[in-house]
Write a protein that binds this ligand. Sequence first.
Ligand code: NAP
Length: 301
Amino acid sequence: MYDIIVIGGGPAGLTAATYARRAGKTALVIEKAAFGGQITWSPKVENFPTIISISGTELGDRLLEQAMEQGAEVELEEVTAVETDGDVKRVCCDSGAEYEAKAIIIATGAKPRMLGLEREEELVGSGVGFCAVCDGAFYKGRDVAVNGGGNSALQDAMLLSETCRKVYLIHRRSSFRGEEKLVKALEAKDNVEFILDSTVEELLGDTELRGIAVRHPGGRREISLDGLFVAVGHEPDNGIFSDFMELDAAGYAASGEDCRTKTPGVFVAGDCRRKAVRQLTTACADGSVAALAACSYIDAI
Ligand code: NAP
């Protein structure tokens, strides 16, 4: 049995494991997709203290290396259920494996939000994507659009502008939510066109995306495209934990400042938690707070 099982291997989860190990507790991190979490989708991270500039993948690799160096164990598995009654928590995975721990930290982050358009799901991988870092290279020399107004959309547009022929940046408002510095850098690019006050209303093409229709105040505009990157934020994926964690209307987990949930021995950290600021720095902060709270809980039982 482990002292602490962390569900989710992003910045919050890996930081939690590092802190748990440094407090002398055994720790297992279970991740379903790729260690590093959402940050691995960021081409460049320039706002993490002490690091001037680093790619998201390298940052994710370093977080994993640091947790493992401290002695954390890691498993790539999808968690399907968690039993939280009593002092021993049981984590069940789709492989049939089951793991036990005295405390659980849920750090499952958030998944990309979709636009909710007809055939959007069908076209994922056939022109519609969510990760420019992962798929951008397929669109070298071609025309693409990015939809969204946050830092993810701005960063995606910047990355794609380096290799694509044309990048349309479509946002539903007249100004962006993301950093001004990135907006200015995009404005200076010859192959980037902003389409503001506009929403994507239709995906064109049958089995492959061949364009989009955009609704703007003056009417409808059809644009031929090879790829559309949807970067309209994220939403939590806490459904399987709803029996023992209080979720708000948007699905985020309620917790105190100390990352405790309503269930003794269950803690929550990172973007899946209800909070005001979802940043890499706050994810790591949550990981450390949740781990130390979990250690105190274990010492008291
Ligand atoms: P975000 O900041 O929540 O921005 C989402 C954008 O999508 C907003 O502009 C929003 O418009 C728009 N949007 C939401 N739903 C939409 C819909 N149905 N149709 C059209 N547009 C829609 O999300 P994010 O860019 O993924 O960033 C998430 C967090 O990670 C942010 O705090 C961001 O700063 C951070 N981040 C950091 C880095 C980094 O540090 N390197 C990189 C990427 C992201 P409105 O503005 O109208 O709400």
